[in-house]
Ligand binder design. Sequence first.
Ligand code: SF4
Length: 246
Amino acid sequence: MDLIAVSQIGKMQRARIEKDIGIKLYTDYAYLHRSGSRVGDTSPERMSQLFGCRPEDYSYHFVIQVSDCLLSCGNCGCKENPKKFTAEKLVDMFMQFRNAALTLGVTVNVFCLGGASAFCCPFWKVLRQELDSRGMEGVMLLAGTFFVERETASILPWEQLDIHHFMLTGCLKGLDREDFLSQTGKDLFSVAASELKHYVQASNFYLSLRYSDTFACAGLDSLIAKERVDFLITDRGTFCHAGRFF
Ligand code: SF4
């Protein structure tokens, strides 16, 4: 895979980016994100667990939104004016962002493939190689799966996880059949639960769920150990990471 489709950054997102991180650093197809500035990202703590680094070293993420997702979520921001990029061009963009951020006193150590990144999973290794060839072996690659790639596109992302400095987060788009259908427009909850099984043993994978109180109710406790799950909002209204509240 030589090219991936990347979505343009929408107007709403641009406004949010500035508000979130207090600095204006984005282009039409990439933006800087500060993890922890919004609900929904515990990846620095996960990286810290895996690599023994400090979470704050992985706070700032260079983000592109991979397009071409086959789900149909009503609030999707990853399908606007997609444009195809090579790994070489994306790494050029990453380096430009990194240099610009450095002048603001910010170090960027994470290249995040947002949106439908598991649909282009063969590209993960291509991108890793491009980063490595430019001396950025320590830059973390972060991607995500929605657990429907095999069913909808005959793609097996779990076979592509053997990459250094790589982490995959899983997002279950709904906690039962009706919830999944209403969020994504597709009746694929049982497919997602089935594909999740392929990831649960991988050391560089974790599942991100919005509410902790629905974990057992949805039957997920029989599929994945609680330590492999981050609950972004608990029933007490707090964040929880791997069983630890913060
Ligand atoms: S899962 Fe939904 S929100 Fe995410 S990229 Fe696909 S359609 Fe968009």
